[in-house]
Ligand binder design. Structure first.
Ligand SMILES: NC(=O)c1ccc[n+]([C@@H]2O[C@H](COP(=O)([O-])OP(=O)(O)OC[C@H]3O[C@@H](n4cnc5c(N)ncnc54)[C@H](OP(=O)(O)O)[C@@H]3O)[C@@H](O)[C@H]2O)c1
Length: 291
């Protein structure tokens, strides 16, 4: 297949590009700068110039492809609402280009978009009001209009030895504060997935996910937060401390809500439907390698 990939130069997207090319697909990557275009060419992909804010570029990229994987997202968290709105517009623009085509359209969301506090499954809809749920729902609706759409919800820590997703933020914060903290007894859980397992899942999804499926990019269902904090403390040689929910806002800032979330998430249905078997190193093993 000739697959249009947005976010193809990102941490996850670059692994997806490699995975697709190695499996014999052609990749056309969205590039908003000369640097990104050069990186794509070096990776063996074609370049489609444009950006998330240039909806015509997204429409034409999707129209010319046999399938689309959408990973681009402005991850700087400074203006998250704008990033979420841009993501929704991008999903709508590419979705409109694919209506009636039967082509696959795989978009990206997160496991944090479901009900916390119990094991989430692929059957769980996104919780209304949470950031990326509108984009999830827009993509899933496209299944009724002749698009083989699927949503991949990624764990908050997509990791390898170089980058650990949200755990990288925790590592930076622990360095700044001089302690590695968890909230209360730290028994809340975060799922995780290795970057190469996630890339493999995106390939399987674009090749064969049924229309309208929610897929969970989760290799480890729920790692206790205090174990993550302990691994960071041990790796950085810092004290590991419990803080109260009240202290958490000051310590973690905007991130406190995510840090306190209990987000155990199953990928059993994803594994069964697609034959996906995540087997990469664990998050704790990759934290031990972190720079
Ligand atoms: N990493 C994780 O642990 C994690 C966890 C859950 C969900 N996710 C989601 O997974 C997806 C990929 O994440 P990632 O970690 O690979 O992100 P990343 O490393 O920050 O890469 C972001 C990608 O999006 C592109 N991009 C950003 N803004 C753009 C714009 N306005 N126009 C065009 N391209 C733009 C970037 O292009 P440039 O090369 O031009 O900058 C880059 O290719 C995102 O949707 C993210 O929210 C990630």
């Amino acid at each position: 297949m000739r697959i249009f990939v947005t976010g193809a130069t990102g941490g996850i997207g670059s692994a997806v590009v490699r995975e697709l090319i190695e499996a014999g697909h052609q990749v056309v990557g969205l590039a908003r700068s000369d640097n990104s275009a050069a990186a794509l060419t070096a990776a063996g992909a074609e370049v489609h110039r444009g950006s998330l804010d240039d909806l015509d570029s997204l429409h034409s990229g999707a129209t010319a492809a046999d399938g689309v994987i959408h990973l681009a997202f402005n991850n700087d968290f400074i203006d998250y609402a704008s990033a979420v709105a841009a993501d929704l517009r991008a999903v709508e623009a590419m979705g409109a280009a694919l209506v009636g085509s039967g082509k696959p359209f795989v978009i990206t969301s997160g496991t944090l978009m479901v009900m916390p506090g119990r094991m989430a499954t692929e059957e769980d809809p996104g919780l209304a009001g949470l950031p990326r749920v509108e984009a999830e729902n827009a993509a899933l609706e496209l299944a009724k209009c002749g698009v083989r759409s699927a949503v991949v919800r990624l764990a908050p820590c997509v990791h390898d030895a170089d980058r650990q997703g949200f755990a990288s933020l925790l590592i930076g914060l622990a360095r700044d504060k001089g302690v590695s903290a968890y909230i209360g007894d730290g028994s809340n859980r975060w799922p995780a997935v290795h970057r190469l397992d996630a890339a493999h899942l995106f390939r399987l999804a674009v090749e064969s996910a049924p229309a309208g499926s929610r897929l969970h990019g989760v290799g480890e269902e729920g790692i206790r937060f205090r174990d993550i904090a302990a691994a960071i403390g041990s790796h950085l040689n810092l004290a590991v401390v419990s803080i109260s929910r009240e202290e958490a806002d000051k310590h973690f800032g905007w991130f406190a809500q995510v840090v306190s979330t209990d987000n155990p998430t199953s990928s059993a249905l994803t594994q069964e439907r697609l034959g996906w078997r995540p087997d990469g190193p664990t998050l704790i093993a990759d934290i031990e390698q972190a720079q």
